[in-house]
Design a protein around this ligand. Sequence first.
Ligand code: NAD
Length: 311
Amino acid sequence: MVIFLFYTYLAATKSPRSMKLIDGKAVSEEIKNTLKQDVIDYKNRTGRVPHLAAILVGDNPASKAYVSNKVKSCQQVGFNSTLIKLEEDISEEQLLTHIRELNENPDIDGFIVQLPLPKHIDDVKVTLAIDYKKDVDGFHPVNFGRMAQGLPCYLPATPFGITLLLERYNIETAGKHVVVVGRSNIVGTPMSILMSRKSKTGDATVTLTHSRTKNLAQIVSQADIVVAAIGIPGFITEDMVKEGAVVIDVGINRVEDESTEKGSRLVGDVDFVKVRGRSSFITPVPGGVGPMTVMGLLLNTFKSANKEIYN
Ligand code: NAD
C-alpha cells in the first residue's frame, strides 16, 4: 500500500527528471533502415528504384541546406534523386515549365518545390501546377482536402513526421487538449485537422491559435499537447506550459551565438532549456521534428512508387 501511494505521488508530481526527449534523429534512422530494406525488395520486384526530384530556386542558405538533406536521405535509403537548381530571377512561366516536365516524366515518382519562393513567383500557382499524384509534400488542395476528409492521400510531410513521433513514443492523443500555435497551410492548419480526426494519433480536442488569438498564453497553458509552429525563437516560455505537457517544437530559427564557430545556431519556437523541466515529452531543435519531415517526404515518395494512394 505504501509503495502504491509512493508511485501514485511520483506520477502526480512529475519532476524534471521524468521528462523524455523525443529523439527525431534516432527515429528517422530507424525508419531509414526499414525503408532501405523495403527499397531493395521493391527493386527486386519491379526492376526500378523510387525517384524523388526537388526544385530549388535561388540561393537561400536554409533552403539549400534542407534540400541537400533531402537528397542525402534519398541516397541513404537507395532512392534516385534529381536536384533541379534554378536562378533566383527565373520567370514564373519557366518554373511552371519545369513542373510540367516533372509531372509528365514517368521515371519521377514524386517531387517538391522548396519554399519559400522569390517574391515575383506566385506559390499558390506553383502548388496547383504540381500533379497531385506526385505531390509528395502533400501541399496540393486535392491531398489537403482528402486529408481533411480522412481519405488516403499524401499527408503534408511535417505533420506526417510529427504523427510518426507521437506513435513511436506511444503518446496518447485521444481526448487530450491539443493547442497548435501557428496556422500555416503546411504545418499548423493540417496538424490541427489531423489531430482532431478519428485516428491513432488523433481523436484530440484541438485549439488552433495564431497571431490574432487573444489570451494566447492562457490557452497554451491549458494544453496537454502543444505544437509550436510560429517561426519566433523561444516564443513558448515556461510559464505558458502546463506541468507534464507534451511539447512539439516545429520552429527552426537561426540566432546569433558568438560562442559557436559559425557565429550562430539553430533554435526552436520553444524556450527548450526552461520548458523541458515542465514537460513530460519534448522535441529538441535540431534533432526533433526536422529529420521527421524528411521521413514524411520519403515515405510519401515510396507510397507513390508503389501506387498505394493513386493509380
Ligand atoms: P508561417 O510563417 O507560414 O506561419 C507562422 C504562423 O505563426 C502564422 O500562422 C501566424 O499566425 C503565427 N504567428 C506569428 N506570430 C504569432 C504570434 N505572435 N502569436 C501567435 N501566432 C503567431 O510558418 P510555418 O511555415 O508554419 O513555419 C513555422 C516555423 O516552423 C518556422 O520556424 C519554420 O522554419 C519551421 N518549419 C519547420 C519545419 C520542420 O521540418 N521542422 C517544417 C516547416 C516549417
